[in-house]
Ligand binder design. Structure first.
Ligand code: G
Ligand code: G
Ligand code: MN
Ligand code: NA
Length: 253
């Protein structure tokens, strides 16, 4: 069977899973949220990472169904944590094609309403390249997300095609500094300068700065010294199923 047909089956047959990677507030050390990352529990090949199937989904249009499942599942999980008194934001990745889908805003609204989750719990991550593939639609959709009260993050910041002029015009709340810069920041002066500039830019524009791919204590300490807001990466934890996450203390306990 072709990969696309298998994937179509997988979406309808419950073979998709969400893993969650924690992110931490660098000021107080608290776990602030999680990023949902899709996996495919392939019956023969085992657990597949998105790199092996997201492109196929994107090119075929199956990303619509796949993305709807991810959104439903992530919001359902946010509702479970909410019921346990655990305060966590949940970030979901959106592709270019999802962003261009006129139905996206209604799915988001419906998923949140059905589970009773406030939009403030949801972060929508979009790469610069996805934003720029259809800037007019992106502007409409982001404006609608903003009106709902959701958070919009620019993913892999610094590696895509968005100009700073666009960054200023789009209603975004968060810059996720690409992990390639974080990886080099403690050895390479150029990478460190880029990370420092991104953090400064975010702060000056009133945006939250998030460092991706933080793997070492030295990187964490350098990010704290630069005033970065949030950090995510193997130093804090790998993406894992919800039941393997070490959760922050519940409210009121
Ligand atoms: O988990 P991993 O490092 O393999 O993720 C690789 C990429 O796949 C990430 O950059 C992420 O943006 C993308 N990705 C992960 N989950 C989703 C998802 O649910 N929807 C979309 N559109 N992309 C995802
Ligand atoms: O593009 P996006 O940022 O959404 O991708 C997240 C991807 O980055 C996930 O596939 C995740 O597995 C991977 N990732 C998360 N933390 C680290 C890290 O500390 N180091 C590396 N190399 N990859 C990471
Ligand atoms: Mn992401
Ligand atoms: Na990223």
């Amino acid at each position: 069977l072709r990969l696309l047909e298998q994937l179509r089956h997988a979406v309808n047959d419950g073979q998709l899973r969400l893993h969650y990677q924690p992110r931490f507030d660098l000021a107080d050390g608290r776990m602030a949220g999680v990023e949902a990352l899709v996996r495919w529990a392939h019956p023969v090949r085992g657990l597949l990472a998105p790199g092996e199937f997201i492109n196929v989904a994107e090119e075929s249009g199956l990303i619509r169904e796949l993305g709807a499942w991810v959104l439903e599942e992530a919001v359902a999980q946010a509702a479970r944590w909410q019921d346990q008194g655990v305060d966590l934001q949940v970030s979901v990745n959106l592709s270019a094609r999802q962003l261009a889908d006129p139905g996206l805003r209604d799915w988001v609204t419906t998923a949140l309403a059905r589970r009773g989750v406030p939009a403030s719990r949801l972060v929508l991550e979009i790469t610069e390249t996805a934003l720029m593939s259809d800037p007019v639609t992106a502007m409409t959709t982001l404006t609608a997300f903003k009106a709902l009260g959701a958070t919009v993050a620019v993913d892999d910041f610094g590696t895509g095609y968005a100009s700073l002029a666009y960054l200023r015009r789009f209603p975004v709340d968060e810059l996720k500094i690409d992990r390639s810069f974080v990886a080099g920041m403690t050895e390479d002066a150029g990478d460190r300068a880029i990370v420092a500039s991104c953090i400064h830019l975010a702060g000056a524009m009133g945006l939250v700065s998030v460092a991706e791919g933080v793997e070492t204590e030295a990187q964490r300490d350098a990010l704290i010294a630069l005033g970065c807001d949030l950090a995510q990466g193997y130093h804090y934890g790998r993406p894992v199923p919800a039941d393997e996450l070490v959760l922050p203390r519940a409210r009121g306990l």
